[in-house]
Design a protein around this ligand. Structure first.
Ligand code: NAD
Length: 431
């Protein structure tokens, strides 16, 4: 099928690469001409494992194209995805400016029988609004469908996730839209949930809110465990093996970040408020999440005499295998420490210059051991695999004081203890 994707960010680019990989002819469009030029030259503007090879392979096979000619791409398409950003506005609402702008941009050029699939995460009712926008341009002139098809990929394993989805959600008001989307995805071997537009939109928010709740639950548990001298990792293991609970998202730590969970939880709270429902559970999820970051700051300060000294931060991105700094917990923790006058050195395997868009006055080192030289406290903020294999004997000789705060419960406490380090995780008991 001929597919065009408007918005070539994390989701649009990966969707485009994966749909071309299963045989569709895909054109990705973006309003950012630099991004398009970079991609036309085979260069990827983000870090995502396996993306490079899949992109090059499908470009060479003439199944994957990049353009800023939205009119041409829309005229040629049987299916058009909208995959632009839906950030959080100041008030906690979802900012739908880009989504509606695209609906207005594409409406005059749509083909007869085209399907418009909304992949951006949008609140209940948005697809209906998009339908109205298109109808206002075209009246009954063409037959078209607006469907909801939310995305569940995880940054860091996005290509794998997009090629191996747990399920595909298709919200549609009629059979034709459903049939087109089922044909598009017919190479995937996973359940397809056919539902209404509104339910499809809500499934995405409910998924993210539930996962965020699981994270805040285990973090709250870890805070209690720390007080009662119980090791949270044992609790995670013990409850995670219960099939009704499952092992995922049960690792206590600094809390969730990234471009989705914070904004999607907030959006659901705001949507509930607009409907007169006080979603207290999710407010508490946010509260716990915010407090985890403060706990890390407190743990660090405990080891700095008169709150002076320097800290070596391992990892800046909100999770491993991505360079995405949006809502990364490291930003909050570093800024708070800086407010106390603490000097920060950092190392991240992928996040380099872009860190300065979020945090100033830090030394982002080129080499991991450089970030630990002369520091008083080491904080592990992102559990990149490289940090799990560090030479702690060497680090013993580099640091000023031997203290490690493990904000992800990822390091081996006993090994660190054997090298003479003080180790503090989140809700860990080390005997
Ligand atoms: P992004 O910011 O990485 O990419 C959005 C892209 O859209 C940008 O390249 C931007 O230039 C482009 N754009 C904006 N307005 C445009 C317009 N009018 N015309 C053409 N291009 C335009 O965002 P993202 O992370 O890919 O997220 C996209 C959507 O998918 C969001 O709603 C997000 O919540 C959702 N989502 C994201 C993820 C994730 O892990 N990033 C996962 C699932 C769902």
């Amino acid at each position: 099928m001929k597919v065009s994707i408007v918005g070539t960010g994390y989701v649009g680019l990966i969707t485009g690469c994966c749909l071309s990989e299963i045989g569709h002819v895909v054109t990705c469009i973006d309003k950012d001409p630099n991004k398009i030029q970079q991609l036309q030259n085979g260069n990827i503007p983000i870090y995502e494992p396996d993306l490079d090879s899949i992109l090059k392979k499908n470009m060479e096979s003439n199944r994957l194209f990049f353009t800023d000619d939205i009119i041409g791409a829309v005229r040629a398409a049987e299916v058009i995805f909208i995959a632009v950003g839906t950030p959080m506005s100041e008030s906690g609402d979802v900012d739908l400016t880009s989504v509606y702008a695209v609906a207005n941009d594409i409406a005059p050029y749509l083909n007869n029988n085209v399907t418009i699939a909304i992949k951006s995460t949008v609140p209940v009712g948005t697809c209906e609004e998009i339908n109205k926008i298109i109808r206002s341009f075209r009246g009954e002139e063409i037959v078209y469908n607006v469907v909801s098809n939310p995305e569940f990929l995880r940054e860091g394993s996005a290509v794998y996730d997009a090629m191996n989805p747990d399920r595909i959600i298709i919200g549609s008001t009629d059979q034709r839209g459903l049939d087109v989307m089922k044909q598009l995805y017919n190479k995937y071997n996973c359940p397809i949930i056919e539902t209404t537009l509104n339910a499809s939109e809500m499934i995405k928010y409910a998924s993210n809110a539930f996962l965020a709740t699981k994270i805040s639950f285990i973090n709250a548990m870890s805070n209690l465990c720390e007080k009662l001298d119980v090791d949270i990792t044992m609790i995670s293991k013990g409850i995670g093996l219960d099939k009704r609970i499952g092992p995922h998202f049960l690792n206590a730590g600094v809390g969730y970040g990234g471009s989705c969970f914070p904004k999607d939880v907030k959006a659901l709270i705001t949507a509930a408020k607009e409907e007169g429902y006080d979603f207290k559970l999710l407010k508490e999820v946010e509260e716990v999440n915010a407090s985890q970051r403060k706990i890390i700051v407190q743990k660090v300060l405990k080891y700095l005499l008169n709150k002076q000294g320097s800290v070596g931060v391992l990892g800046l991105a909100f999770k491993p295998n991505t360079d995405d700094m949006r809502e990364a917990p490291s930003i909050f923790v570093i800024k708070q420490l800086q407010e106390h006058g603490i000097e920060i050195k950092a190392y991240d395997p992928i996040v380099k210059e872009q860190v300065y868009n979020h945090i100033t006055n830090i030394k982002n080192c080129k080499e991991v051991y450089g970030a630990l030289e002369g520091v008083d406290v080491i904080v592990l903020m992102t559990e990149w695999p490289i940090f799990l294999e560090l030479d702690w004997e060497k680090i013993s000789g580099l640091v000023r004081k031997k203290v490690v705060i493990d904000a992800r419960n990822a390091l081996n406490p006993m090994m660190l203890k054997n090298y003479g380090f003080i180790y503090e995780g989140m809700g860990r008991v080390i005997n």
